[in-house]
Design a protein around this ligand. Structure first.
Ligand code: PMP
Length: 445
């Protein structure tokens, strides 16, 4: 199926845009153009309806073109389109900060706004270092991430991140070391959390022995790895990381850019897995993806450490922030997004329907020998596929493209197909998505 005839774009226009996270050469030969989106469906340049099997990029759990968000954004643009920092503020940022804390575990109640997940991670890591410096422990500068982790595209994010392809071109980053990932052999096809594998947290002790806690600022992990293909932590793993961090005076950061605000059938990954970190980073679902926005949320003691700085009141407690921090249009979208999640009871819906989703996803087991693992939690799933001629990414790429042609958007990444349907997905949509995926996988087996 060729798509190029259906776009009016010139080759010069196609060439002018260096596209993010896209094989540009392939795309520009056969552009798949999205022209509109509403509810659970995109419309493509051929006028076809395409089910959004990843809720945007894990962003649009409420689906697309949500009336309450559209209205909030339209009103905000007309009322206050931008608001500066440097001792000025606008009300919606404070309202949204409070609203966000209602989704956070108790004690995480100080919200710093950013423009993206990458900036949220940068903020968390900078604050972690500055916090220790404020406490007279300025040698605590190293970070511990995890293999297969994704923490955004900034220099700090790729440093703590553990996806080799995202690091290899870029040379030296921050000083960071990586725990082993939690995709433990023998736990394939586990539903939800695996019963075994929590011992992988013990590696943190080896790292502390190697680097000494006096040099380590923070451990950062996604409670459930998203971009590497929905890697769910084994039971007890996050609890053990928490214990070790507490014993050694190391901050624990959960990167919840994907897991916050409902995806897990819980308010956050922290709530789903019952572990409270010191800092949570977030983005995506906070505005339902409509306007870029992120945030890092801190436990109060971290915030207070900066506020107890002494000196004149007008002095900055931390010289950090972005031109688009707490952008009023993003705040308006954020309030509408989070209020909709609450008023429609969507977290409860995801929780209730997760077992149904789980059954559909795991029904693919055995559909093809190419399927090597299936993982799921909440409304998320990862299906790992065997490499072809030593090439891990090729088959998932082919499957994702064939799914588009069948009328389904799914993401490929590494050796996996990733699924994260909207929170309001009906069972019939789950069923047809999984049927189509089974056919596509068989086609490339
Ligand atoms: N952290 C995690 C866990 C993510 O999934 C992502 C984005 N997929 C990021 C950080 C980076 O967010 P952004 O692309 O908004 O910078």
């Amino acid at each position: 199926m060729s798509h190029i005839a259906n776009t009016n774009l010139t080759q010069a226009q196609l060439d002018a845009h260096w596209m993010a996270y896209t094989g540009n050469r392939q795309f520009k030969k056969d552009p798949r153009i999205i022209t509109a989106a509403s509810g659970h469906y995109y419309t493509d340049a051929d006028g076809r309806q395409i089910f959004d099997g990843l809720s945007g990029l894990w962003t649009c759990g409420l689906g697309h073109s949500v009336p309450a968000i559209n209205e909030a954004v339209a009103n905000q643009v007309k009322t206050l389109d931008y608001s500066p920092a440097f001792q000025f503020g606008h009300e919606k940022s404070f309202q949204l900060a409070e609203k966000i804390t209602e989704f956070m575990p108790a004690g995480l109640n100080r919200v710093f706004f950013t423009g993206s997940g990458s900036e949220s991670v940068d903020t968390a890591l900078k604050v972690a270092r500055a916090y220790w410096r404020k406490k007279g422990m300025g040698t605590k500068t190293k970070f511990i991430g995890r293999a297969k982790g994704y923490h955004g595209a900034g220099i700090s994010g790729f440093s703590v991140g553990g996806i080799p392809a995202n690091r290899v071109l870029y040379g030296q980053g921050l000083e960071a070391y990586h725990l082993p990932h939690t995709q433990v052999p023998g736990t394939e096809f586990s539903k939800g959390m695996a019963d075994t594998g929590k011992e992988r947290a013990e590696d943190l002790l080896n790292m502390i022995a190697m680097h000494d806690a006096s040099n380590i600022a923070a451990v950062i992990v996604e409670p459930m790895s998203g971009s590497a293909g929905v890697i769910v932590p084994p039971k007890g793993y996050l609890q053990r990381l928490r214990e070790i961090c507490d014993q050694h005076n190391i901050l624990l950061i959960f990167d919840e850019v994907i897991t916050a605000f409902g995806r897990m059938g819980a308010q956050s990954g922290s709530e789903a897995f019952g572990v409270t970190p010191d800092i949570i980073t977030m983005a995506k679902q906070v505005t339902n993806g409509v306007i870029p926005m992120g945030a890092a949320v801190f436990k109060q003691e971290i915030y207070d450490t900066f506020m107890d700085t002494g000196g004149a009141d007008y002095m900055l407690e931390i010289p950090h922030g972005y031109t688009y921090s707490a952008h009023p249009i993003a705040c308006a979208a954020g309030l509408a997004s989070l209020e909709t999640i609450r008023s429609q009871g969507l977290i409860e819906r995801v929780k209730q329907m997760s077992p149904i989703w789980e059954n559909y996803v795991h029904s693919l087991k055995g559909a093809s020998d190419a399927i090597t693992d299936i993982r799921n939690y909440g409304f998320a799933a990862g299906i790992s596929l065997a490499a072809v001629d030593g090439e891990a990414a090729k088959r998932p790429f082919q499957i994702a493209m064939s799914m588009w042609d069948k009328g389904y958007y799914v993401r490929y990444g590494g050796d996996t197909i990733q699924l994260a349907p909207p929170f309001t997905t009906e069972e019939t949509e789950m069923s047809s998505l999984i049927d189509a995926l089974g056919e596509s996988i068989k086609k490339f087996s």
